[in-house]
Design a protein around this ligand. Structure first.
Ligand SMILES: NC(=O)c1ccc[n+]([C@@H]2O[C@H](COP(=O)([O-])OP(=O)(O)OC[C@H]3O[C@@H](n4cnc5c(N)ncnc54)[C@H](OP(=O)(O)O)[C@@H]3O)[C@@H](O)[C@H]2O)c1
Length: 332
């Protein structure tokens, strides 16, 4: 193992934030019992906020590296459950937020954050889906746990052309669901239909459904945006249906009423990928590998090197990224 490595490093220099690729030594790594050579990370909305000037103070312990997820190979560990050479995934647990993250050729983490990569998916493809894929799969698992099946009726997905939305559509369609994709970019209709969406609805049409109760349209939903769009979805879920709430791309508020809950017995289920238990993650990663073929992983992925992260990181904050961006960390 080399004693020096490159990382995108955020630090305060005379009160000014700088974020640049820097050569570091092992002494710069945080505490942890396991050291990993990172091969790939990915670009998520939170990473966009971190790279673009640490918006909303996503990175809270400067100096550190952004990157909320990573896939790589263990180079040393004191945990007997792992060994040098194991291929592993780390997502969440404060990675890239409170603990130095995946935009770094070497990281040190706690072994209880680690998932062994399942055999049915490559290291690169784990980051083709990354935290977004894990969140989409967790949302589907929670809908299933609430009793939703592909025979229950149509499922609506918001933020459809984004990372979580695109993967939710693809996975639901593979599981035999009929899916309505809600997007602000109607020009991406073909992309969304190719992913498996049955119907496309414009964001404006959903925003116009502003009554406390609308006629039932959907058995369930995966909502990545929150605010008025989520409120309007709640108003049109069929009796006994469920909504997985996993994002806040349009806001943190939820201007709704109790009527859909007390008159239609619907459930609103929170989704969290950051502190989700390890056994649930293992199941979710295995299912992702079973459901998506290597060719499909490639089709939904744009690969960039860490040197090229600035442009896609800006686009993700503008809501202009389509699908997923995997970040090659080895070849800087
Ligand atoms: N709960 C968890 O553990 C977890 C994990 C990962 C992500 N998230 C959250 O999930 C959300 C989506 O993440 P992502 O990685 O998929 O982000 P993304 O790739 O940036 O996609 C977000 C999508 O939301 C839509 N959107 C953006 N701004 C909007 C606005 N003002 N109003 C309505 N729709 C808007 C856009 O889709 P269209 O162009 O199709 O409209 C955009 O592509 C984020 O809020 C993220 O923080 C949560």
């Amino acid at each position: 193992m080399s004693n020096t490595f490159k990382a995108l490093r955020a630090e305060l220099e005379s009160e000014e934030l700088t974020i640049k690729i820097t050569e570091l030594g092992l002494e710069n790594l945080p505490d942890g019992d396991t050291t990993i050579d990172v091969h790939y990370s990915s670009l998520n909305y939170k990473d966009g906020m971190a790279v673009n000037g640490n918006k909303a103070r996503i990175m809270r312990n400067l100096p550190m590296s952004p990157g909320i997820d990573l896939a790589g190979i263990i180079s040393s560990t004191s945990d007997k459950n792992y060994k040098k050479g194991d291929e592993v995934i780390v997502t969440g647990w404060g990675l890239g937020e409170t603990h130095s993250g995946g935009y770094s050729q070497i990281v040190r983490v706690n072994s209880d954050w680690i998932i062994k990569k399942p055999d049915n998916i490559s290291l690169k493809h784990t980051m083709s889906v990354g935290t977004a894929g894990l969140t989409a799969m967790l949302s589907i698992i929670e809908l299933e746990n609430s009793g939703i099946r592909n025979s229950s009726g149509d499922i609506v997905v918001t933020g459809a052309a984004g990372g979580v939305g695109s993967l939710s559509i693809m996975l639901l369609s593979k599981l035999g669901y009929s899916v309505t994709a809600v997007t602000g970019r109607m020009e991406l209709e073909k992309y969304l239909k190719d992913l498996g969406a049955t119907n496309i609805m414009s964001r404006d049409d959903l925003l116009a459904m502003s009554r406390p109760l609308n006629s039932g349209k959907w058995a369930g939903a995966i909502d990545t945006v929150g605010s008025t769009l989520l409120a309007n979805i709640l108003s049109a879920i069929n009796y006994g249906g469920s909504v997985a709430c996993c994002g806040n791309a349009s806001g943190n508020d939820l201007p709704t009423t109790v009527l859909p809950f007390i008159l239609r017995k619907i459930q609103l289920i929170g989704i969290d990928s950051v502190y989700c238990p390890i056994n649930v993650r293992n199941d979710a990663w295995k299912r992702l590998g079973d459901l998506i073929t290597p060719e499909e992983f490639e089709n939904i992925t744009n690969e960039v090197s860490l040197n090229e992260i600035e442009k896609p990181a800006k686009l993700i904050l503008e809501g202009k990224v389509q699908g997923r961006t995997v970040v090659n960390i080895k070849d800087i």
